[in-house]
Write a protein that binds this ligand. Structure first.
Ligand code: PSU
Ligand code: MN
Length: 304
């Protein structure tokens, strides 16, 4: 290891022995992703889901200027607090400038997980093409990172305030396979289905593992996006969410919120407007994704 990049003992030992490991981001657990104390509950539930399924969790973050993969339990409170959000391009900056806490987004997590040799990553909802892209050009760096790192990302689709048809179109353009696990529709984060079809479906994680193995055996160098919908019992009503999103996006633009600040702002507005039902759904889907990711990592470890 070096001064810039550190993999925890537990994670590096698991990787050396070919055991199942699942990477996690930190933005979702910080004050930018979920309100306290629900963020702590989200973290506990994700970590427990991964361990129960037989895998080792690897939380990614920049702490005290070191890019980390795998944190110690006594460090967990640090990722629940105030954060600076880092995408893939900011990771080196956070290290060079010795940021206290850089919270990894999907793109930054994929960079660090790939560097450590982890094959599976779980998140809530990925970033994507924002609505009104023809005016402001905002496309999340998550998409490019999915294409460039050899990792299976497990998500509940993309956040519903994005332009979902264009997000799917963009993923096709950059060559990222989008696979539903026992589902036909692209999930819309806290809503079970967006109504948009996903191009490919597998029935279970065993089939998904064979797909991933073939993808890399054929020389593909990038990742795979796997979609698992929020459990039906926790899903929010689509028409309610659509209404709340329109209001929240309007509020964001009249407050002059732009760029990386848009996602945290809109997530917080949606939480308030749904009486925090969106937060409950967010926890359920994050936990569910962590479990599926861990089951996949176990299957992949068997195939190797
Ligand atoms: N989904 C959530 N909460 C979040 C995010 C996604 O439920 O906080 C974060 C993820 O870290 C994702 C990032 O990678 O938002 C995308 O931000 P942007 O749209 O600025 O690229
Ligand atoms: Mn953006």
């Amino acid at each position: 290891m070096n001064d810039n990049f550190q993999v925890s003992d537990e994670v590096s030992e698991a990787l050396q022995k070919g055991k199942a490991v699942v990477a996690l981001e930190t933005t979702i657990f910080s004050n930018l992703g979920l309100p306290s104390p629900k963020n702590a509950e989200a973290l506990d539930r994700c970590l427990a889901a991964i361990r129960t399924a037989g895998a080792i969790p690897a939380i990614t973050a920049v702490l005290d200027g070191v890019a980390r993969v795998g944190l110690e339990a006594n460090e967990h409170p640090r990722i629940l607090g105030a954060a600076r959000k880092i995408g893939e391009r900011e990771v080196a900056l956070a290290v060079a400038q010795r940021w206290d806490f850089g919270a990894t987004t999907v793109s930054a997590s994929l960079l660090l997980a790939a560097r450590a040799g982890i094959k599976v990553f779980a998140t809530g909802g990925i970033g994507g093409v924002h609505r009104g892209v023809s005016e402001h050009g905002d496309i999340s760096a998550d998409l490019g990172a999915l294409a460039s790192h050899p990792i299976v990302t497990v998500c509940a689709g993309a956040k519903s305030f994005l332009d979902l048809p264009r997000t799917l179109e963009h993923l096709e353009t950059i060559g990222v396979p989008v696979i539903g696990v026992a589902c036909n529709d692209f999930p819309a984060f806290t809503v079970h289905s967006s109504g948009l079809p996903i191009p490919a479906r597998v029935e279970d994680v065993a089939e998904l593992a064979r797909f991933a193995q073939a993808h890399w055996a054929l020389g593909r160098l990038g990742g795979i996006l796997t979609c698992v919908p929020v459990p039906l019992a926790d899903s929010l009503d689509k028409s309610l969410v659509d209404r709340v999103i329109d209001d929240s996006l309007l509020a964001a633009s009249s407050a002059g919120v732009e760029g990386p600040a848009v996602t945290p702002f809109v997530l917080a507005r949606i939480a308030e407007a749904t009486g925090f039902a969106s937060v409950g759904a967010n926890l359920a889907l994050a936990e569910n994704n962590a479990r599926v990711a861990a089951e996949l990592a176990v299957q992949l470890a068997r195939l190797r």
